[in-house]
Design a protein around this ligand. Sequence first.
Ligand SMILES: *Cc1c(COP(=O)(O)O)cnc(C)c1O
Length: 424
Amino acid sequence: MNSPKLLEKRLAAQDPSVFASIQKEWTREEEGLELIASENYASRAVLEAQGSILTNKYAEGYPGKRYYGGCEFVDEVETLAIQRICQLFKVEAANVQPHSGSQANMAVYLALMAAGDSLVGMSLSHGGHLTHGSPANFSGKLFKVSSYGLNPETHRLDYDQIRDLVRREKPKVLVAGASAYPRIIDFETLGQIAKESGAHFVVDMAHIAGLVAAGLHPTPIPHATYTTSTTHKTLRGPRGGIILCSQERIKAVNSLIFPGIQGGPLMHVIAAKAVAFGEALTPEFVEYQKQVIANARSLAAELMNLGFKLVTDGTENHLMLVDLTATGDGSISGKDAENWLDQAGITVNKNTIPNEKRSPFVTSGIRIGVPAITTRGMREAEMKKVAQWIHQSIETRGDAEKLKKIRREVCDLCQSFPLYSKPE
Ligand SMILES: *Cc1c(COP(=O)(O)O)cnc(C)c1O
């Protein structure tokens, strides 16, 4: 393959070590099947904006109210990003400065709660996120956390159970959203549950923001006090976070992002966010998200045809969870499967499943997502092949020669769906 045009000759000459690592990562991305549900490929325009000279500018504060001079052009960029994201999600106000989804959540929590206040969120082992109250995270250390999980039989959110928990705990905040949940989340019902008990409802739509933007998942905006998201998952922008809310709520969260928990904004990333939000406003983006859903359905159906058990027996969004306890004699762990698939050029992550018996470092499941392979143009016909390769890879039980053979086939398919090596 040709050398990526993205990489400047200058970098190669000045710093061959860093250049070589980027080059190898580029080959890995071009030649492998990326099935990590939280990843995607940003467009060249997004990469260009993110690689721009805007990285040089200090712009503490907000457009029109900065602590440094010379901000007239970065003000334009941040204003555009805000306007576009507000249009995309039909929301009054936005903060586009959070360096990540975690920072967005931290600012929102601190706007609504003091240390020691109570927070109800989805447990990490059932598909929630670290920032939803895990003891290992600031959210679990700073707040008094009660977690909800999935219904032990249906493996879906159990809204009656959540209502009981919220009534009992009377939290300041109920947070919804997930990193590994294959079904639609009923934000309207959760918003009512919060309201009934006088709690604020916070939605973290990090995984599904692209689907929400395209109208393919119900929007949380009318129901939530604050909605947060990452920008690099289904939304397909640069790595980062956003906060969305009403005009009256924006001030509190602005001052918590800066000067509360961050310093100078990453103006190059904010420029890249503006570009990505512009892309998300196009009809092509809606078509892309429709194909994401179609591909996820198709891959899920093919995997089930091949005998795999999926948590909740399918998917309504961009991801699915394979329950490996139902494969063979149940001895294959998520860690084994992740490792074997990796050798076949297929990247997934091990993931806990409902009623998990193994440790989070081993697990009994894998999480599979299609946003990245859909970006490179793959459709239902390719999903059939992907399912077969996943099946074959696991059948090898780690046979290196067989996995190498699958890897060559995977590479061939990937080369017919080029990413950044595609001529413009
Ligand atoms: C990915 C994710 C985040 C955090 O994103 P980072 O940018 O990695 O901090 C937060 N919440 C949910 C539900 C996520 O899936």
